[in-house]
Write a protein that binds this ligand. Structure first.
Ligand code: BEZ
Length: 216
């Protein structure tokens, strides 16, 4: 069964490169990103894990924990981790789940049999501190993910969770945001002291609110 936005992220206990953990307990009050890799010792996955490890400080700043998954055994992950450090210039600094029986992969519908019957696709699940799924993205095996885009969505989600705003197409942190239609003009005057511009009654823009609290 596919996991949809707003669903509670299924909990599980799994072996990882950083020991055995239970997802919900490990996440605690943090946001989380769970992302799957088709297979160990493959080129695109190697670059993705290096990129995610390099960007971990950016996720940390936003109170987001990241965790990868591959349906290969822990022994393979440990050997592959050495290659990742050697070729990407950065060591794995977050857990990589070993899921050789595809238990978590099946729970999260990460195996799409018409794409491949054994390996996972490149799934991304962004989970809020309330353990609800806030974003799902699916990439094919041959296309490495854009982790800048994932970070951009984190920024949007954390902003829209804290303020009555939405973010427009291609928005990046620091740019103007949209006031949601449920906020009246009268309310907007007090909620958005920097002012707002009405392009259409349903399309009002305001400078990005100054603070970005990280709780859901
Ligand atoms: C890769 O990570 O390079 C890869 C994995 C599975 C299929 C195609 C590419």
């Amino acid at each position: 069964m596919a996991i949809r936005l707003g669903d509670t992220a299924p909990d599980f206990t799994a072996e990882t490169t950083m020991g055995t953990l239970s997802l919900h307990e490990w996440l605690g009050d943090s946001w989380g990103i769970l992302f799957s890799h088709p297979k160990d010792y493959t080129p695109v996955c190697t670059t993705e894990l290096g990129t995610a490890a390099r960007m971990k400080p950016e996720f940390d700043k936003r109170n987001v924990k990241i965790i990868g998954l591959s349906v290969d055994p822990l022994k393979d992950h440990e050997g592959w981790a050495k290659d990742i450090e050697e070729t990407q210039g950065v060591a794995l600094n977050f857990p990589l789940i070993a899921d050789p029986e595809s238990k978590v992969a099946n729970m999260y519908d990460m195996i799409h049999p018409n794409a491949d019957s054994t390996f996972t696709v490149r799934s991304v699940f962004l989970i809020g501190p309330d353990k609800k799924v806030k974003l799902t993205i699916t990439y094919p095996a041959a296309t490495g993910r854009n982790f800048d885009e994932i970070l951009r969505v984190v920024d949007s989600l954390q902003l829209t969770a804290a303020h009555q705003v939405a973010t427009p197409a291609n928005w990046k942190s620091g740019q103007d945001v949209i006031i949601v239609p449920t906020v009246s003009d009268e309310e907007a005057k007090t909620k958005f002291p920097a002012g707002f511009k009405t392009i259409k009654p349903y399309l009002r823009v305001t400078p990005q609110p100054a603070t970005t609290p990280v709780k859901a």
